[in-house]
Write a protein that binds this ligand. Structure first.
Ligand code: ASP
Length: 594
């Protein structure tokens, strides 16, 4: 139907007759002449229709916002003084000769010409309209470019795109499963994959030594801003590559992506150990654009007469850390400081102690803080010395279990960075390495920090003797405080896999029941292998400069895992439940409203 996209025509087409198809973005009448801004996914073109082309004029006169039109006309330069330098097609217009109304449209639920601040629920309900907006089209086009680039990159390097099942068994990645009841095997359920982890490992056993898939994964977890119940991974697995090889290959892929799509040079990614990341940034995904670091002061406060500090300082699982905000005493109001105290409360901190450095030359007299009297002069000054405090600085303190201090002070560091715009660069990628194999699960046991198929750096005997201190061959790619990808070298020997299961308290019977197929496969010549998965949505979020994951997904779910447009999830036909031999408890049935 069309000869060109609206957004593609320019002075080079001067004098040509073109046919455009698109939506009426805006219509204006000017002294008997009709101007139509016609929009398609590539942009907007201005169409002018004179009254002397009577038929076309009459049709254009009927057109309203979001009508679908086909227009044929001649491209000409815009008259002097009407050129619009802000529009890619701003130097030309199309003198419309023929107009066809392909469809009419009701008044849209929200305006599409120009940015209007519509609530997200309305946007999600009429997502097909929201997606017409140029800024949304740009994001989905960026997403498509990113996946195309990934495919090209991986295919050039011999990776094969292989699909894995969606109706499957549970694949543990630390979340709840979405279950699908089986009609044929009543009382049994498939699980939707939390990731293709085990299948990609089995493909390595089969000899497909470089695999990738751009694949949906499903995790039923409490949703945070940057999560979705179904999300997309760029899933990668390789054989005969060690962690350095995997990191180098995938780093190059991401570097190219940013280079090709944003003209950004990410540079070489530094490697940082998990221990260092936690110590300096309180996070295993540190945002290195922010120049603030946590400083341990446990040794300095171990014997102060102040329980809030000496308790955690003497507890092997406790931590007392200080965070210096240079010139913060002069920048922050009392109210802001109180608000940061409330903010760290969200992360479990019971309070936020602080010291303002007014005039260090006056010694402790020059410090101002509600906790000074508890610290005593020497300790206070020692802390100042360790933090190299200067007049005008403020120092915040976190004292609690190490995990609360890390969460709270790590979050405070990021919040201060964002609120005060402390960023020293636009992009800060890194690899975090040397993760612990396990973490405490809060019930006296251990869980795998990544997943139970991650290879440790030690022997099975060492692992079982000291599981708490064992490190894994895992690596995470972090950009600007987001974990964009993570993976590991895997266990490829049965005895090691069984040792890990034992540490996780999965007895032999359960091992066979849940992972028998994997343990069997490891017996038949499994090659050394490893890989990783990127969160495509998060990568695209970064490429698009948004921190809302829903902005880069065509049809996302809300924070309560519902779809505003289709109203999924929804009750089903009683017959369907009957076929599945499932009965809904009455209290659940009344709780299904969105
Ligand atoms: N399956 C892992 C995940 O989804 C990634 C990997 O280890 O390759 O996080």
């Amino acid at each position: 139907m069309r000869s060109h996209y609206c957004g593609d025509i320019n002075l080079g087409h001067n004098g040509e007759t073109v046919t455009l198809c698109g939506w009426v973005h805006r219509r204006r009448d000017h002294g008997g002449v009709i101007f139509l801004d016609l929009r398609d996914r590539e942009g907007i073109a201005q169409v002018v229709i004179d009254p002397d082309t009577e038929e076309a004029f009459a049709l254009a006169d009927k057109a309203r916002s979001e009508y679908v039109l086909k227009v044929t006309g001649r491209v000409r330069p815009r008259p002097e003084g009407t050129v619009n330098p802000n529009m890619p097609t701003g130097e030309i217009e199309v003198l419309g000769k023929e107009v066809e109304i392909l469809n009419d449209a009701q008044t849209p639920p929200f305006q599409l010409d120009g940015y209007t601040d519509v609530g997200e629920d309305v946007r999600l309900r009429y997502r097909y309209m929201d997606l017409r907006r140029p800024e949304m089209q740009e994001k989905l086009i960026m997403r498509s470019k990113a996946t195309r680039m990934v495919r090209n990159y991986l295919e050039e390097r011999g990776f094969l795109d292989i699909e894995t099942p969606v109706l499957t068994r549970a694949t543990p990645e630390g979340a709840r499963d979405y279950l699908v009841p089986s009609r044929v095997h009543q009382g049994s359920f498939y699980a939707l994959p939390q990731s293709p982890q085990l299948f990609k490992q089995l493909l390595m056993v089969s000899g497909f030594d470089r695999y990738y898939q751009i694949v949906k994964c499903f995790r039923d977890e409490d949703l945070r801003a940057e999560r979705q119940p179904e999300f997309t991974q760029i899933d990668i697995e390789t054989s005969f590559m060690n962690e350095e090889d995997v990191m180098a290959t995938t780093e190059e892929m991401v570097t190219r992506m940013f280079n090709e799509l944003l003209s950004v040079d990410l540079g070489a990614f530094p490697h940082m150990t998990f221990a260092e990341a936690m110590q300096k940034y309180g996070s295993d995904k540190p945002d290195l654009r922010i120049p603030l670091e946590l400083e341990d002061i446990d040794d300095l406060v171990a014997s102060v007469d102040f329980k809030v500090f000496n308790g955690p300082a003497n507890d092997p699982k406790g931590r007392v850390a200080a965070l210096k905000l240079p010139q913060g005493a002069t920048k922050l109001t009392r109210k802001q400081i109180d608000d940061y105290g409330k903010y760290v409360g969200n992360y479990g901190a019971k309070g936020l102690a602080w010291v303002k450095v007014n005039e260090l030359a006056k010694g402790v007299e020059g410090l101002q803080s509600p906790i000074l009297k508890f610290l005593g002069e020497d300790v206070a000054l020692n802390i100042m010395a360790r933090l190299e405090a200067k007049d005008g600085d403020i120092i915040f303190f976190g004292a609690d279990s190490a995990s609360v201090v890390n969460d709270a002070m790590g979050a405070l560091r990021c919040k201060l960075g964002a609120d005060l715009d402390l960023y020293t660069k636009a992009w800060a990628p890194l690899w975090v390495v040397d993760f612990p194999m396990f973490e405490e699960n809060g019930q006296g046991g251990l869980t795998a920090l990544h997943h139970p198929f991650t290879a440790p750096t030690c022997t099975p005997e060492e692992l079982e003797a000291n599981p708490e201190t064992a490190l894994s061959r895992a690596y995470d790619m972090v950009i600007n405080g987001y974990e964009v990808g993570g993976g590991s070298v895997r266990i490829h020997k049965q005895d090691m896999q069984e040792a890990v299961f034992r540490v996780l308290n999965i007895d032999e019977e359960e091992q066979r029941e849940k992972f028998g197929f994997l343990l069997d496969a490891l017996k038949f010549g499994a090659p050394p292998h490893g890989g990783l998965a990127f969160g495509l949505d998060r990568l695209v979020m970064l490429l698009c400069g948004t921190d809302n994951i829903r902005e880069v997904i065509a049809f996302p779910k809300t924070q309560s895992a519902a779809c505003q447009m289709t109203q999924a999830p929804s009750p089903v036909d009683p017959q369907q439940l009957h076929d599945l031999n499932i009965r809904i408890r009455r209290d659940a049935a009344s709780a299904t409203s969105h």
